[in-house]
Ligand binder design. Structure first.
Ligand SMILES: CC(C)(COP(=O)(O)OP(=O)(O)OC[C@H]1O[C@@H](n2cnc3c(N)ncnc32)[C@H](O)[C@@H]1OP(=O)(O)O)[C@@H](O)C(=O)NCCC(=O)NCCS
Length: 173
């Protein structure tokens, strides 16, 4: 089943909703695969009103909620220029976060989010899209590969005190 979503830019006055959704979706996706202290340590730094407000105020970071009727079914964070967590190539667009609510997965909403990111990348005259994904997140890796991304590198990632490996994937436009 495929369900159409509407993507809307997240405004600064929606930061509380963004915080709630970010935390909920992060814990739903990863809590069962990680140590609780590492999850809490990461979340305490990444998901605060101050940090998310700063990110929303950055003109090179672009947050979107995926709306399904009146409900938020997912969200995505795109970065260009210096907002990218690495590479910082002006010809690249990073998908830093992409989440579909667990209740709505496998309905091609993720595919629609990637399509939207591709349209933005073309609009910003980028030549590729890239992202980092935990190497244990097999579902997401398969999802990206099915949608035209290829692994090109990897880097270390600290989740609290747990040293993990992120694979870096890119899709040339
Ligand atoms: C990764 C994620 C964004 C994908 O979103 P999604 O909405 O489930 O994605 P889609 O529905 O477009 O595709 C998912 C799968 O469903 C399958 N699917 C989609 N529509 C389908 C249909 N009509 N019938 C059968 N299968 C279908 C796709 O083939 C795909 O399978 P694959 O993983 O083998 O490639 C989502 O699973 C998620 O939020 N995960 C938790 C957070 C996360 O890991 N984010 C990425 C961090 S880097």
């Amino acid at each position: 089943m495929s369900t159409l979503i509407i993507l809307k830019r997240i405004e600064l006055n929606e930061v509380q909703s963004l915080l709630t959704i970010s935390r909920e979706m992060f814990f739903t996706a990863f809590a069962h695969l990680n140590n609780a202290d590492d999850m809490a340590a990461y979340a305490a730094k990444a998901f605060t009103i101050e940090k998310l407000s700063d990110e929303l105020n950055n003109p090179d970071s672009h947050f979107y909620f995926a709306w399904l009727d009146e409900q938020i079914a997912g969200y995505m964070k795109l970065n260009t220029n210096n907002a990218q967590t690495e590479l910082q190539d002006t010809k690249a667009l990073e998908i830093e976060r992409i989440y579909v609510d667990a209740r709505f997965q496998n309905r091609q909403m993720g595919k629609q989010l990637l399509q939207f990111a591709t349209e933005k990348a073309i609009k910003y005259k980028c030549s590729y899209i890239w992202l980092g994904v935990w190497d244990a997140n097999h579902n997401a890796i398969r999802f990206y590969e099915r949608n035209g991304f290829q692994i090109f590198s990897s880097h270390d990632f600290m989740l609290g005190n747990d040293l993990q490996t992120d694979l870096l994937l890119k899709k040339t436009l």
